[in-house]
Design a protein around this ligand. Sequence first.
Ligand code: ADP
Length: 211
Amino acid sequence: MIRVIMLSPPGAGKGTHGRWLTLQTGARHISAGDILRAEVARGSDLGQQVAAYTERGDLVPDELIFRILAPEVVAAARHTGGYVLDGFPRTMPQALRAAQFGADLALTSNAVVYLTAPEQELVSRLLDRARRDGRSDDTLGVIRHRLGVFATETAPLVDYYRDRGILVELSTDRPEAEVQADLLAWFQGRGLIQPLAAESRPDSAEPAAER
Ligand code: ADP
């Protein structure tokens, strides 16, 4: 079963492609941002603490993140044997603690998907999303701040996971179907997705030659 970390700057498509991976495999999609937004919407004490950070585009402190997300990951892995983590870990301390936690519970990630796109494209996608969804942190100033936070806090995780041999880097500055075909080929090449599961999809993006 796949146990995946989606690692990418805001707007690169980790939500879209993460959800697609869960549809292919039955692994559970766990979006850090969605879970935090739900907590904020509940108006709990915890939610109010979280909102103070997310509204500015700053990262929520590691301690809070672990308190909120750790039970979700454990539950997902228990139910489906797999997970697609969208938006976590995002800092080196989070990555190191997640690795320890994963090792203790035999839930270690087996893939990290690093999605990229040019900065201008990221900004324009997020501004489009703001018009559609009205997310309060999708304003130009906060978007730029989130991209800066990604560069300083999250980008170092790319080399960390590349060194561990589990990273696949893909550009999303092209049609979604091409990205999906590359993802499928990579996961199949690693034996993490069986070709049959992919072929049974009606809209399979897999090239016939690979069957
Ligand atoms: P995006 O990737 O577009 O910035 P997300 O929905 O993944 O959007 O995250 C929204 C916000 O939630 C982040 O800007 C940050 O404030 C907070 N957040 C999400 N994941 C984490 C995390 N792992 N650690 C700290 N803060 C987080």
